[in-house]
Design a protein around this ligand. Structure first.
Ligand code: C2E
Ligand code: CA
Ligand code: CA
Length: 409
């Protein structure tokens, strides 16, 4: 177990004066391994490198380009195993809300510090630091793949589509599936998308990856349609896919080749990826696909900042409330407020709403009471391979027959 004074600490704050003060305070407390970054991108580069990945991050919430909340999202994507302390000049309520968000993402958070930071409070929080549990079990998770490895995985068709059902809350009807890609790695087993999508994006492979996912998904949609299952098939589209007008031709041509109508294809675009970038070309592509009757869905709604602007600019048909605001929302005022606001805004804009991350019966009951249209989550089904889908449909029908959509009161 590392000695507390050996903890590798990274401070992320756009205020370089603050970086100096905090570094000095930590040094005075005997903590020598302290690095600092004045922006989120540089900090993520350190986290991606096993030599510089910190055990503990002191994170400023308010930073001009990538703010603290967005930064936390990238930590989650990377399955960051260390701990976090939030530092901010914001009021108590803001810090508490941010803390809840971090908890919802299951990142160990030691606490939060108000600016100006007092050395005693800092020392007291650092005292709480513990090394991550059972690090040996986490080893395979930390293996980093190169773009070249991923390229050969794409060529060798090691990327396999899984499908997670979306059901209508009022009736339990299965209306569609979301395609979620996994890597069937020849030696490492099942590798989840959080560990390779960003590598595909950075390594210029995302078009190849999406093309493979889309081809498999549309071939599967055709099989389902031919067997009488009219399912809408959703695909996750990366912002980088929307950088070139070729993408639209790819989607249109594959739909025609497989005889799948655009109305049965949903393109899920993550809102946080839409922010900040030049949105003109993506906007044109999305609008043209929408004109051709493809369905557009705004994914992970509520996790970014320009949610409203995206809703104004892009003609989405569907809004997916992020799982962080769904699971356990029935018991948490803050989550509930965000869930309610997202739901009512979507309804007013005439959009259909999918709640993600429906993990247990309490979540399901909450959706039924609040009038959400569709639900997706492990309570209904984990993502499945296509071969297991029919068996699941039978089990699900059994659960419906046993009273899942009957009101208890
Ligand atoms: P997402 O689009 O938000 O997908 C939902 C994620 O939530 C999936 O994780 C799903 O397995 C997980 N999930 C579903 N129900 C529950 C639940 O009840 N509890 C919890 N805790 N989690 C649940 P997964 O499959 O690991 O995918 C992670 C992300 O990777 C996706 O998030 C999506 O952004 C990205 N992704 C997956 N496939 C693709 C793809 O083909 N292309 C692109 N660009 N991104 C993809
Ligand atoms: Ca999605
Ligand atoms: Ca999502």
């Amino acid at each position: 177990m590392p000695n507390a004074t050996d903890i590798k600490i990274l401070i992320v704050d756009d205020d370089t004066f603050m970086l100096k003060i905090l570094t000095k305070m930590l040094n005075n407390q005997g903590l020598e391994s302290v690095e600092s970054c004045d922006n989120g991108s540089d900090a993520l580069a350190k986290i991606d490198d096993t030599d510089t990945c910190p055990d503990l991050i002191l994170l400023d919430l308010n930073m001009p380009n990538m703010d603290g909340i967005e930064f936390v999202r990238y930590l989650v994507e990377r399955k960051y195993q260390g701990s976090l302390i939030l530092v901010s000049g914001e009021d108590e309520r803001m810090l508490k809300t941010a803390e809840k968000l971090v908890h919802a993402h299951k990142i160990p958070m030691l606490g939060y510090l108000h600016k100006p930071v007092s050395p005693d409070k800092l020392a007291a929080i650092i005292q709480k630091w513990k090394p991550p549990e059972e690090p040996h079990l986490l080893q395979p998770e930390t293996k980093v793949y190169s773009a070249q490895m991923l390229q050969s995985a794409i060529s060798n068709h090691e990327l396999i589509n899984y499908y997670q059902p979306k059901v209508r809350v009022a009736t339990g009807d299965v209306i569609g599936v979301e395609t979620l890609v996994r890597w069937h790695h020849p030696t490492d087993g099942l590798v989840m998308p959080d560990r390779f999508i960003h590598i595909a994006e950075k390594g210029g492979l995302i078009n190849d990856l999406t093309c493979l996912v889309l081809k498999q998904a549309l071939a599967q949609a055709k099989i389902w349609h031919e067997s009488g299952q009219v399912l809408r098939v959703a695909i996750n589209v990366s912002m980088d896919n929307l950088a070139s007008l070729d993408f639209q031709d790819l989607v249109v041509n594959l739909a025609i080749e497989n005889g799948v109508s655009p109305q049965s294809i949903v393109l899920e675009v993550t809102e946080s990826q839409l922010m900040g970038a030049d949105t003109r070309v993506p906007l044109e592509i999305l609008t043209r696909l929408r004109l051709k009757r493809f369905h557009l869905s705004i994914d992970d709604f509520g996790t970014g900042h320009s949610s409203m602007a995206q809703l104004r600019d892009i003609p989405f048909d569907e809004l997916k409330i992020d799982q962080g605001f769904v699971h356990h929302a029935w018991a948490d005022e803050t989550l509930r407020a965000m869930y309610d606001a997202s739901l009512s805004m979507a309804k007013q804009l005439g959009m259909e709403v999918v709640a993600e991350g429906v993990a247990d019966l309490d979540d399901w009951t909450f959706l039924r009471q609040t009038g959400c249209d569709f639900a997706q989550g492990n309570f209904i089904s984990k993502p499945l391979q296509a071969d297991d889908f029919m068996k699941w449909m039978e089990d699900w029908q059994g659960r419906i027959d046993d009273g899942l959509v009957v009101d208890s009161d």
